[in-house]
Design a protein. Structure first.
Length: 145
């Protein structure tokens, strides 16, 4: 895979009489500086587009299901509206981390009520305001509705 490719890092689940443990052992968290959890008010809300020119993001569904749309930005001053949009659906029982390298913008939507998305970032909060690029939800015309 190339350096700028989105990838899913597979995990698993271990169950016994005590309960279960979900894990993603191949997720190297050495780059992670912070995390946050997103819980949308409803399943109609789409958060996006937000892009990061220097920060990486990793996404893991704690509960429910999320649709994540991704676009690799070609020009940070004026991105092409016709860029291809990739869609990934992440589920609580999907047991994987979605690794999004630098250069992507994302838009995401909870597909089930009460869904929670855990997001990891490789820079501290002080950097967030320096690497925050946004576009209107309808900017990228290839986004599927």
């Amino acid at each position: 895979m190339g350096i700028n490719k989105v990838k899913q890092i597979a995990g698993g689940i271990a169950k016994d009489v005590r309960g279960q443990i979900r894990f993603v052992n191949d997720f190297d968290m050495s780059e992670v500086k912070r995390f946050y959890i997103i819980k949308n008010n409803n399943t109609d809300l789409v958060r996006g587009w937000r892009g990061h020119q220097i920060e990486k993001r990793w996404f893991y569904v704690l509960s429910g299901k999320f649709q994540v749309d991704l676009v690799l930005i070609d020009n940070w001053e004026e991105a092409n509206k016709d860029l291809p949009v990739e869609r990934v659906v992440l589920k609580e029982n999907g047991l994987s981390v979605l690794a999004v390298p630098v250069g992507y913008a994302t838009a995401f939507q909870a597909l089930e009520e009460g869904s929670e998305l855990l997001v990891f970032a490789d820079y501290g909060i002080d950097n967030a305001k320096l690497d925050d690029h946004t576009w209107q939800l309808d900017y990228f015309v290839n986004r599927l509705d």
